[in-house]
Design a protein around this ligand. Sequence first.
Ligand code: DGL
Length: 275
Amino acid sequence: VSVPAEAPRSDQAPANRPIGVFDSGVGGLTVVAALRRLLPNESILYLGDTARLPYGTKSASTVLAYSRKNVGFLVERGVKGVVVACNTASAVTVGALAPPVPLWGVLEPGARRAAGLSQGRVGVIATESTVASDAYGRALRALRPELDITSIACPLFVPLVEEGWADDPVAEEVARRYLAPLGERNVDTVVLGCTHYPLLARVIRRVLGERVRLVDSAEAVAAVVADDLARAELLAPPGRDAEHHFCVTDAGDRFARIGARFLGADRLSLEWVDV
Ligand code: DGL
C-alpha cells in the first residue's frame, strides 16, 4: 500500500474537484471504468470499503450505516458529487442518504434503462441483500407496472469474478444453475444488478442466448452522471490531467491485485484510510 504524494484538495473550484465513488471493494471499479470511458477529463476519488465487505450478505441497516460513513469520508475530501457504485448499497439506501453534493446510485439508472428496453419480461440478478430489498423490482414497477419481473440472487458470482474465473466453464456451470428460472420465464432483458456481473456478460449470454439484452448498471449510471454534470456546468475543463485516486479501508494487497485486472491497469496505487 503506497500513499500518493497529494490527496485531492477541496479548495478547488467545484468543476475541478473529483467525482467520489464508493463500493464495498473492487467491484465498483466497473463504474470507474465506465466513468473514465465517458468522462476522460474527470478526476475520481474512489473508496473501497474492503475492511467491511461483503455488503451483499449484510442487513440493510448495517449497509446503510457503512454507506453513511463512506459518503461522509468522500464529502470531507471535497468531491463534487458521490456515485454509489455498489448495487447493494444503492438498493438499501434509496432516499436515505442526503449529502450536500449530488448523489447518484446505480439502481435507478439501471432500472430506467431496463424499463426502456424490455418487451415485458425482465430478469434482475444481484446479491442476496439487493434481491431481498426488492429495490430493483420497485423501481421497475414504478416505471412500468405491467412488467413481469423475476429476481434471482447469485452469490457465487462475486467470488468467481474475483478469482479470475469469469470466462471459465466453472462460471458457466454456476450460471446455468442460477439462471435457469430466467430462461424458463423467457425474460428478454436482464439487469446486471451487481458491480461484478458485467465481467460475466459473455457467460450470461452463452447461457441465456444472444437475443437477451443485458443492462449494465455501471454504464447506465455513468451516462446519467455525465448528463447531470453537464447540465449543472460541473464538468471538468479539458486539458487538465485527470487524477484517479484509490482509497481502501483494509490494508491488504488484494484490492491492488484484483483491482488492476478490473481496470486493465498494471498496478494501482492505494491509500489506506480509516473511515
Ligand atoms: N458491490 C456489491 C454489489 O454491487 C457486491 C460485492 C459485495 O457483496 O460487497 O452489490
